[in-house]
Design a protein around this ligand. Structure first.
Ligand code: HEC
Length: 454
């Protein structure tokens, strides 16, 4: 696409379409911001350091773009907008052009006819401020005629091939054969907040070395042939060396943080896409019994990816966590193996035990966990000899979930729900929401629901 032409026609159409608006704004005295030309790459980069522009851009993004591009820009129907892979151009002005022109044939409207230029620029500033992963990634391939040459020596020899990786994902499958090593080198962008690691999954005999700004990063063995390498916040030069030696070679690389799980290699990306695809192809909830970070042992996770997900504890018979985003990361315990818990791929609304729990005359109902049934809406059931409680949930739009409670055999006892201490946005027509408590109306005692909204 010829960008300069496009940008001219875009500016032109804004001016003609926005005629009346411009007049109104002129009167209000903001003419300058509308009439000036588009910002340059450098100016947009500057804007991406301006916290009020970022805040304004984030607001628009979270209202409009998140439904396709994900709440954390991680992608969904639309592409991931935070990684180093750009299909329609990665420069700030190209991102602005993509946003303004849209991809109507793919379902994304031309936002240039919806928003003024300032709003679009702020949105691009926000997108730029959220960038993570590799940029300017290059590779070198080393082969050796002799076997068992150590990684260090092999990578000091002359590369047999080298080049750039325009998608900015490390790709160990660019070559094959038995003894080979690869070096990937580029700028890694890490979020400014929190602690982050490069996580590498490798074959047993494979060798990996990671250097950050010229210094070797010491691996932390987290089991299951997975290793974490500490990285700094912000931008840094990273060099990853990989020697394929195992019969089942593997080099899967992620950027991992408390709430972040981002692929850095093609194999990692494919694995995450498969999982996402699997999840999105099937709109039904997923139910998973595996260790989830911050939730008590044995909790069962119910995922409505893209909406809200929750954890149910069959020990306390209560809802012990609620989060948004893409359910869980696929590692480190992909099949429920491993000692490390899975992490959520979004934000917690709460995690707390007992969390949301049915109380009878103010005391927890101590029934035994009976079972859960999986279907359109998974249902958890617990009971004692005479009484039974069933808990189910259904998403209510993208930011809200309805929990439904069915009670049998409680007669005229007073029923309340204990709520987490952390303040939650709870609504219900079936009773009164107080701090830390929901009091069920007498008439609704055998069937009631609450809606929690983000
Ligand atoms: C209805 C879904 C939808 C919405 C809403 C949406 N997009 Fe998109 N967006 C897409 C799709 C689909 C693509 C990929 C187009 C293609 O296949 O080439 C895309 C691509 C893009 C790209 C190009 C990415 C690249 O790799 O080059 C940018 C930038 C972008 N969108 C920004 C935005 C912004 C900013 C918003 C909010 C104002 C937004 N989008 C809202 C669906 C959407």
């Amino acid at each position: 696409m010829d960008l300069s032409n496009f940008r001219m026609s875009f500016t032109g159409s804004v001016h003609s379409m926005r005629g009346p608006v411009r007049v109104a704004i002129l009167v209000a005295g903001f003419a300058v911001s509308i009439c000036r030309g588009s910002l340059s790459d450098q100016e947009l980069i500057e804007l991406s350091k301006d916290s009020s522009a970022i805040r304004a851009g984030k607001e628009t993004y979270q209202n409009v773009c998140f439904s396709c591009h994900g709440q954390s820009l991680e992608g969904g129907t639309g592409f991931n907008l935070r990684d180093g892979e750009w299909v329609h151009g990665s420069s700030p002005t190209q991102i602005l052009a993509s946003t303004a022109k849209g991809f109507p044939e793919k379902g994304m409207v031309a936002f240039g006819s919806v928003y003024d230029e300032k709003t679009l620029e702020n949105m691009v500033a926000y997108i730029l401020s959220q960038q993570i992963g590799f940029r300017g990634l290059s590779y070198q391939i080393f082969h050796s005629a002799a076997t068992n040459v150590p990684l260090e020596r092999l990578t000091q020899s002359r590369p047999t091939k080298s080049g750039v990786l325009p998608r900015n994902f490390a790709d160990e499958k660019l070559t094959d054969g038995d003894d080979y090593a690869m070096v990937f080198q580029g700028t890694l962008i890490v979020p400014e907040e929190g602690r982050h690691f490069i996580k590498v999954s490798k074959g047993r005999q494979d060798e990996v070395k990671v250097e950050v700004d010229g210094k070797e990063s010491r691996p932390i063995d987290i089991g299951n042939r997975e290793f974490q390498y500490a990285v700094k916040n912000g931008r840094q030069q990273v060099r990853m060396s990989y020697l394929k030696r195992d019969a089942n070679p593997r080099f899967e690389v992620y950027l991992q943080g408390d709430t972040l799980y981002e692929p850095l290699s093609v194999s990692a990306r494919n694995r995450m896409l498969q999982t996402n695809y699997f999840v999105k192809a099937d709109d039904r909830p997923i139910v998973i019994r595996k260790k989830i970070e911050h939730l008590p042992p044995k909790s069962i996770g119910v995922g409505y990816p893209g909406s809200l997900n929750y954890g149910f504890s069959p020990v306390t018979n209560s809802i012990v966590g609620l989060w948004d985003g893409d359910f869980l990361n696929v590692g480190p315990n992909i099949d429920g193996r491993g000692k490390n818990p899975s992490r959520i791929l979004g934000e917690w609304l709460f995690y707390e035990s007992p969390g949301i729990q049915v109380l009878v005359e103010g005391e927890p109902f101590e029934g035994d966990f009976v079972k859960y049934t999986v279907g359109d809406s998974p249902r958890f059931e617990y009971a004692d000899e005479k009484r039974r409680v069933r808990v189910s949930a259904s998403p209510n739009g993208l930011r809200s979930i309805r929990f439904h409670f069915e009670l049998e055999g409680f007669g005229r006892k007073r029923i309340t729900l204990g709520l987490p201490e952390k303040s939650l946005n709870v609504e219900s027509k079936d009773g009164a929401v107080l701090v830390g408590r929901f009091i069920v109306d007498k008439a609704k005692r055998s069937q009631f629901s609450i809606t929690v909204t983000k």
